[in-house]
Design a binder for this molecule. Structure first.
Ligand code: GSH
Length: 354
C-alpha cells in the first residue's frame, strides 16, 4: 500500500499486478527471483526491478519529483531531515502500529479474539511515539519537511556525534565519518547511568537512543539517516558512498532497506546473545542463538546469490549499503556465528575485506 500511495501521490500511471498471497505465490518463482525474501511489493520500471517499499518510495520521489518540488528533494539537508523521519516511521512507529493492526484488524477478520495484553503493551508504545510526533508538529507543518524554527540549518566546522562506542548504531555513524575523512567531536553518553533518557539527550533524540548528530544547528538521529545525510552533504569528501545515477541509487537503497529489515534484526539479537550478554554477566540463551543463526543463514544465502553477480551488496562499488552492515558483522566475525560467513565464499570475502 505504501508504494501504491506514492504512485498515486505522484500522479503516475501504472499497472497493478495482483499476487495471490493466500496461494503462497510470493514464495515461489517467478516472484522469488524478483524479491529474494519473498515479500511484496515488487516495483518494475523499465529494466529496473526493486523491492522494499520504502526504497521504492524514495526511488519514485527521485525519479519523478512533483513539479516545483525538485529542489526540495535535491537539497541534502532537507533529504537528511526527511530520511530521519522516514527511519522514525520505520523503527519506532511501524513496529507497534503493525502489531496493533494484526491484533485489531486481521484477527477480527479471521474471527479470532485479539490478545488484550499485546494490545495494551503496543498501545502504550504507540502513545509514546505519538507524543513525540505531537511535539514535532508544533514546530513543523509535516513530519519530514521542516517549516519552522530550524528550517535553515547552517553547517559548523565540527560535527558532534553523541553516543557510546559500544553502540553498533553509533559505530555505523563513526564508520561513515571515517570513510568521508571528516573531523568530528565525540560526545560520550553514559548509557549505564541512563543518560540517554535524561532531558538534555532527549532534546537531541526524543526516542532516547544513541547516536545523535549535531552539524551546526541541524540535529539528526537514526544512524542510517545520519549516514545518508553525511554521504549526500559531504559528497565531495573521502570515499563516495552513494551513486549519482538515480537507478543505481534506487538499487543501493533497496539493499540499505534489506540491511535494516532482514539483516539487522537477526544480527543484533545474535550480537546481544553472543557478546553483550557475557559482557554484562548474563547467560546466553542457546535456543535464541540457534533460532537466529538459522534466520541469519537464510539472509546470507540471499547475499551470496547477490554477490555472485554484484561486486558489492549495493552495486559495483563500496557504498552505504555495505557500510551499514559493518558494526554487526565485525562483532559476529569474532563469535561462533563466524561459521555462517565462512561457509559462504562471496560474503566471507567481503566480510574479511570490510
Ligand atoms: N534505529 C536506531 C536504533 C538506535 C539504537 O537502538 N541505539 C541503541 C544502542 S545501539 C540504544 O540507544 N539503546 C537504548 C534504548 O533503546 O533505550 C538507529 O539506527 O540509530
Amino acid at each position: 500500500m505504501r508504494a501504491l500511495v506514492s504512485l498515486f501521490d505522484h500522479e503516475l500511471e501504472f499497472e497493478f499486478v495482483p499476487v495471490d498471497l493466500k496461494a503462497g505465490d510470493l514464495k515461489k518463482e517467478p516472484f522469488l527471483s524478483l524479491s529474494p525474501f519473498g515479500q511484496d511489493p515488487i516495483f518494475e520500471d523499465g529494466d529496473m526491478i526493486l523491492f522494499e517499499s520504502r526504497a521504492i518510495m524514495r526511488c519514485i520521489s527521485h525519479l519523478y519529483p512533483k513539479p516545483g518540488k525538485e529542489q526540495v528533494y535535491m537539497e541534502p539537508k532537507m533529504q537528511g531531515i526527511a530520511a530521519a523521519w522516514i527511519d522514525v516511521e520505520d523503527h519506532q512507529f511501524h513496529p507497534p502500529a503493525s502489531k496493533l493492526i494484526s491484533e485489531l484488524v486481521y484477527k477480527a477478520k479471521n474471527g479470532q479474539p485479539a490478545n488484550e495484553a499485546v494490545v495494551a503493551e503496543e498501545e502504550a508504545k504507540l502513545a509514546r511515539v505519538l507524543d513525540v510526533y505531537e511535539e514535532r508538529l508544533i514546530d513543523s507543518k509535516f513530519l519530514g519537511v521542516l517549516i519552522g524554527k530550524t528550517s535553515r540549518p547552517s553547517l559548523s566546522a565540527t560535527m558532534k556525534v553523541h553516543g557510546s562506542v559500544m553502540s553498533t548504531a553509533a559505530q555505523r555513524v563513526f564508520a561513515c565519518l571515517n570513510e568521508k575523512e571528516l573531523e568530528f567531536e565525540f560526545v560520550p553518553v553514559d548509557m549505564r547511568s541512563g543518560e540517554h533518557k535524561q532531558p538534555h539527550f532527549l532534546s537531541l533524540n526524543p526516542f532516547g537512543q544513541v547516536p545523535a548528530l549535531q552539524d551546526g544547528d541541524l540535529t539528526l538521529f537514526e544512524s542510517r539517516a545520519i549516514s545518508q545525510y553525511i554521504a549526500h552533504t559531504y559528497a565531495d569528501k573521502g570515499n563516495q558512498l552513494i551513486c549519482q545515477d538515480p537507478k543505481k541509487m534506487a538499487i543501493l537503497s533497496v539493499w540499505m532497506e534489506v540491511e535494516a529489515h532482514q539483516f539487522d534484526p537477526v544480527a543484533s539479537k545474535l550480537c546481544f546473545e553472543l557478546l553483550y550478554k557475557s559482557m554484562f554477566g548474563m547467560k546466553t540463551d542457546d535456543a535464541v542463538v540457534e533460532e537466529n543463526e538459522a534466520k541469519l543463514a537464510k539472509v546470507l544465502d540471499v547475499y551470496e546469490a547477490r554477490l555472485a553477480h554484484s561486486k558489492y551488496i549495493g552495486g559495483d562499488c563500496f557504498t552505504l549499503a555495505d557500510l551499514h552492515h559493518l558494526p554487526n558483522t565485525q562483532i559476529l566475525m569474532a563469535t561462533q556465528a563466524k561459521k555462517l560467513f565462512d561457509s559462504r565464499p562471496h560474503w566471507d570475502e567481503k566480510a574479511v575485506a570490510l
